[in-house]
Design a protein around this ligand. Structure first.
Ligand code: SF4
Length: 401
């Protein structure tokens, strides 16, 4: 596009933003100012998705340019036996109930070996809250993984799991985390946050930790040097106000951890769309694609102290995840190899995604694929030639005779 055309496009978009009443927000973004609760609400209520996405893309490109990350990872769900019964959950089983399982150390080791064969860099562990296991099951599991694959980065245990262990094994949160770190834990996922508002938690996950409990675990994890993620479960009974409140509480904790000089902090925010099958909230209407993209764009604008926004293809689908790269996301969830929790709730995630598939998805969105490690160090920045080779390995092998 020539400079005159680009300039007139920009003027056109600015006039669209003004027409939608979002010009005050646009100015704050251009001035690098944080947005307020009212701004967040206005963004969610706006029907002008193009303008909201345009502004989110400004922030995304300011932080990451054209780069779009992915990681070769494997999900591991060692047990689905759970003491709780969250209304949106299709994964849990009671102890002894049909369909319940708990992996042995050998089964865990086998999955790790299998993942290593696929070149994974990271393992992502989450489980049900099994009342019958000793705490040593978890430390043994971490040591087993490190024995099989010392290079593998272990991200594991939601804040809900950590809080449950503290209560169940009569330990402090800090002790639980310290012992898991000693056994090999290096980062924490962001699950279990759902929506922080008490009103919603009481209805959909009454037994789970409170917002304060979830945030306390992450604050301690940051102090102990762990990088952690954060999620928000949307598309059920939550309001826009409750979504914005959730993000602001995360933004405040990030500021707090950084101002205390904690070694760890939040790395990535991941919006999780509620999945309908096989759970007790299943009669709720599905949210629209419009809402999926808003849930990428608005967090990118509100969470200005979070480095990364991830499009989790497992819940929004591969095509929507690709679109998300133009609406504020700078990362697509990785290969995962196998996924249980969301596939039991009706997604087609059970088989994961291949690396060429991920690369093509990113390339076709006009972005540059970057394979990262668990701490967002670049493993490989894909040039056009690398992309061609990844997508068509046979054609790229030189013929020598
Ligand atoms: S969401 Fe987690 S805590 Fe709740 S029932 Fe499912 S496995 Fe258990």
């Amino acid at each position: 596009m020539n400079t005159v055309a680009a300039g007139s496009n920009h003027i056109l978009i600015k006039s669209m933003i003004k027409k939608s009443g979002l010009d005050g927000i646009y100015q704050k973004i251009m001035d690098h100012q944080s947005l307020s609760f009212e701004d967040g609400l206005k963004l969610f209520e706006s029907k002008d998705l193009s303008s909201v996405g345009f502004m989110a893309n400004i922030v995304r490109e300011r932080m990451h340019g054209n780069r779009s990350f992915f990681v070769r990872n494997r999900q591991l769900n060692p047990t689905n036996v759970c003491d709780y019964s969250c209304m949106f959950c299709s994964f849990y089983r009671r102890e002894g109930e049909e369909g319940g399982y708990t992996m042995t150390m050998e089964e865990i080791a086998q999955r790790v070996r299998d993942g290593v064969k696929h070149g994974i860099q990271e393992i992502h562990i989450t489980s049900g809250l099994h009342p019958g296991l000793p705490f040593s099951y978890y430390t043994d599991m971490l040591r087993t993984i490190k024995e099989v694959a010392p290079h593998l980065h272990i991200k594991g245990f939601t804040a809900v799991e950590i809080e449950y262990y503290a209560h169940h094994y009569n330990m402090s949160l800090r002790d639980v985390l310290t012992k898991l770190i000693e056994a090999g834990l290096e980062a924490m996922p962001g699950g279990g946050a759902e929506i922080f508002a008490d009103r919603v938690r009481k209805k959909i996950c009454d037994e789970k930790s409170t917002a304060e409990g979830w945030l306390a675990v992450h604050e301690i994890a940051h102090e102990l040097g762990l990088m952690t993620n954060a999620t928000l479960l949307y598309g059920h009974i939550e309001t826009y106000e409750e979504r914005v409140d959730h993000m602001l509480r995360l933004r405040d904790l990030q500021d707090k951890s950084k101002s205390k000089g904690s070694k760890g902090h939040f790395n990535t925010f991941i919006p999780l769309k509620y999945q309908h099958e096989n759970n007790r909230l299943k009669n709720l209407p599905d949210v629209s694609a419009f809402e999926d993209l808003k849930m990428i764009a608005v967090p990118r604008l509100m969470l200005d102290n979070f480095p990364n926004i991830k499009a989790y293809w497992v819940v929004i689908g591969k095509r929507m995840a690709q679109m998300a790269l133009s609406y504020g996301a700078n990362e697509i969830e990785g290969t995962i190899l196998e996924e249980t929790i969301m596939s039991m709730a009706g997604t087609d995630s059970a088989q994961g995604m291949t690396e060429p598939e991920l690369i093509k998805l990113i390339k076709d969105a006009g972005r540059q694929p970057i394979e990262r490690d668990a701490l967002y160090h670049v493993i490989k920045s894909y040039s056009d030639k690398d992309i061609e080779q990844a997508l068509n390995p046979k054609a790229a092998i030189p013929i020598l005779n």
